[in-house]
Write a protein that binds this ligand. Structure first.
Ligand code: AMP
Length: 198
């Protein structure tokens, strides 16, 4: 089992680069944002709770979010057995610790954290454009500002957390999608020489 975390601010290209990683390494993708948006679309109880946080640009509380991730992992044992790209999780140190505990049940761990580094002004511009193209509800300027502040205060400390473990790969996340994907591949294969492509 080979597990990657794709990490970065809102709008940093986590979803886009996850798609590239899936086709390159054949891993399973779990985006907690997509899981939550699915619940909102279906009007489930979790969706109603999640929407009250997402629409304000706040994080879903750790305890609830960790339960959601655990149930996604448990419900898809066949899909996760070769490894997972965790997209949007963890977002706090507490979630990172919980992820280690969950993966320990598979005798596994997080092998690498891919940190997409993009300046704030570029993130804002990308999210405004994505909002226009997709109609994504939290891609409006007020929620974007709140999400950026939450990212800097609550999520970016994870960079140091994973750097201390020697797992953090800083990737320049600006520019062409394929060039960014190549930067990721180079950084991962330097560190994980046995990394097999599909
Ligand atoms: P994303 O699609 O990853 O940008 O996530 C969209 C929104 O879902 C975030 O702004 C949070 O409100 C919520 N969310 C997604 N993942 C998490 C998480 N791991 N912890 C807390 N909230 C999350």
């Amino acid at each position: 089992m080979l597990n990657f975390v794709i990490f970065g601010g809102p709008g940093s290209g986590k979803g886009t680069q996850s798609d590239k990683l899936i086709s390159r390494y054949g891993l399973h993708h779990i985006s907690t944002g997509e899981v939550l948006r699915g619940h909102i679309a279906r009007g489930t109880e979790l969706g109603i709770t999640a929407d009250s946080y997402i629409s304000k640009g706040q994080l879903i509380p750790d305890e609830l979010m960790i339960r959601v991730l655990a149930s996604v992992l448990e419900s898809e044992p066949e899909k996760v057995k070769n490894g997972v790209i965790f997209d949007g999780f963890p977002r706090t140190i507490e979630q990172a610790k919980a992820l280690e505990e969950l993966l320990a049940k598979y005798n596994s761990t997080v092998h690498a954290v891919i940190g997409l580094e993009v300046p704030d002004e570029e993130l804002v511009e990308r999210m405004i454009n994505r909002g226009k193209l997709t109609g994504r509800a939290d891609d409006n300027i007020d929620t974007i500002r709140q999400r950026l502040s939450v990212y800097h205060n609550q999520t970016s400390p994870l960079r140091d957390f994973y750097q201390a473990e020697g797992k953090y790969h800083a990737i320049d996340g600006s520019g062409d999608v394929d060039q960014i994907s190549e930067r990721i591949h180079k950084s991962l294969s330097d560190k994980l020489p046995g990394l097999a492509e599909k």
